[in-house]
Design a protein around this ligand. Structure first.
Ligand code: TYD
Ligand code: MG
Length: 454
């Protein structure tokens, strides 16, 4: 048996080597060796096989006691929405995002909120000095006496301290600063990230502590260490924002305890992050202006509809080829929609530049936005504004037909709640009961919908 504490394992073929090398001797792949701690092999019986190992217990599922996961509300409404109700005991949540987006701020505020309900929390920071964190808490107006801080980067010390302090919620800021003394790699190396995360996951599961891990996202958009941590944790949240905007979006991309793709909205103010209770207000740039080239679309985000403004600008083309430039919308889809518009709506734009922008930095991937994009483009082309108070949704097929969108009734309801008076949608989405506050126009084709609008 080897005495080494670590070995270098090829991530492609699994071959392992005692020393690092640039190329795997097994499969010939470059740069794929990662240092891993050697686990002590389980002791086997002298006779070989598994004679010395006690057999485990196998159960049928009906014998397993079912109990509700205990969920602790964080006290921050939009955070709870993304988490699926609140903090689950024994779960590990990874929060990723660009540096400076507000991850530390959010968790410091969360710890403060939770501690106010007599739940013990420990904030471990390897990133900033205790003084910096103290100053931030002061600036945020938090009761500093209720926040317990531990400044450390060695995982063994953190876990020993956490065992002794026994918090119900443990925050680690950030996973990239931690290291295990068992590995020789520098903090932030994939092997360190994996080892430290594995230890924290084991700690969470064995003690029932809720663990939050903060992770910085690299330029490529993956949590540094090619998404290696995502499968190890229960929940992965991404914190994002448009450059220069004070609004922040928190999105669940994986959640073992709640819905995914749920979107939480925050505003970064002088006094820290504040949950935005009416996110639609952010995405409607000018709720009471009438402008050519603008259409309102109820986008489905997680479990609710948000009203967003889709803008289009159709302009004379000055170069050799017509430009299709999009922000927050798929460029290929726009080209397809313009082709359908030409063929089935008799509105050619092939020699014009078309720009599409989704206000507020949201990315729309739903095909239900097709009709709103087309309506905005036609509105800009003709320089005629869509009537004030109109909401539009529906998918457009290649034959120019309007196809239904999921959650139609909820979209209509959201538009109504925000005081919109008209909605144009596919016939198949027609609600069963009429509403008295919002006029509903159903259409079967893109031409029919456009004839309502213009
Ligand atoms: P921070 O939480 O440190 O970001 P992260 O941990 O994701 O790197 O947030 C830092 C940014 O937030 C910084 O640019 C200043 C800004 N900020 C405010 O605007 N208001 C505040 O109350 C605080 C604490 C920070
Ligand atoms: Mg930070």
């Amino acid at each position: 048996m080897s005495k080494e504490k670590t070995r270098f394992v090829c991530q492609k073929c699994g071959a392992d080597f005692p020393k690092w090398q640039g190329r795997c001797g097994g499969c010939g792949e470059w740069n794929c060796l990662i240092e891993e701690a050697v686990e002590k092999p389980a002791s086997r019986g002298r006779s070989g096989g598994y004679a010395g190992v006690a057999a485990g217990q196998v159960q049928t599922l009906d014998k397993i006691e079912l109990f509700e996961e205990t969920v602790i509300p964080s006290g921050i409404s939009e955070f709870d929405r993304v988490l699926g109700g609140g903090l689950v005991r024994g779960s590990v949540v990874l929060i990723g995002g660009d540096p400076g987006i507000g991850k530390s701020t959010l968790l410091l505020q969360t710890v403060h909120q939770i501690a106010a309900n007599q739940i013990s929390c420990l904030y471990v920071s390897g990133e900033e000095s205790p003084r910096q964190i103290g100053l931030r808490a002061e600036r945020l107006g938090l009761a500093r006496e209720s926040i317990s801080l531990f400044s450390e980067t060695q995982i063994e010390k953190i876990l020993a301290t956490a065992m002794k302090f026994a918090p119900q919620v443990l925050v680690v800021d950030s996973i990239q600063t931690l290291y295990s003394e068992e590995l020789s790699a520098a903090p932030g190396a994939v092997s360190q990230l994996r080892e430290c995360t594995a230890k924290l996951v084991r700690f969470a599961k064995s003690t029932g502590t809720t663990v939050f891990l903060i992770g910085h996202v690299t330029k490529e958009g993956a949590i540094a260490g090619p998404r290696v941590l995502e499968h190890m944790v229960d929940t992965v949240l991404y914190f994002e924002s448009e450059a220069g905007s004070r609004y922040r979006m928190l999105r669940a991309v994986k959640n073992r305890f709640g819905p995914v793709n749920e979107l939480g909205m925050f505003a970064m103010l002088e006094t820290g992050l504040k949950a935005v209770n009416n996110p639609s207000a952010i995405f409607l740039s000018r709720p009471d202006g009438e402008q050519a080239g603008s259409a309102i679309f109820p986008v489905w985000e997680g479990s609710r509809a948000l009203l967003v403004e889709v803008q289009a600008l159709v302009d004379d083309n000055s170069g050799n080829y017509a430009r299709r430039v999009t922000q927050g919308f798929d460029g290929g889809r726009l080209a397809m929609l313009l082709a359908v518009l030409n063929r089935h709506g008799g509105i050619p734009m092939h020699d014009l530049d078309v720009y599409v922008n989704v206000v507020g930095g949201l990315k729309i991937t739903e095909t239900a936005s097709d009709l709103a994009v087309v309506a905005a483009a036609v509105s800009s082309l003709r320089n005629v504004a869509i009537e004030h108070g109109t909401v539009i949704f529906g998918e457009i097929g290649l034959a120019g037909e309007l196809r239904p969108a999921a959650n139609g009734e909820a979209r209509i309801k959201t538009a109504e709640q925000h005081g919109f008076s008209k909605i144009v949608l596919p016939k198949a989405n027609a609600p069963r009961s009429k509403s008295k506050n919002i006029e509903i126009f159903t259409a079967q084709s893109v031409q029919e919908a456009l004839s309502f609008l213009f």
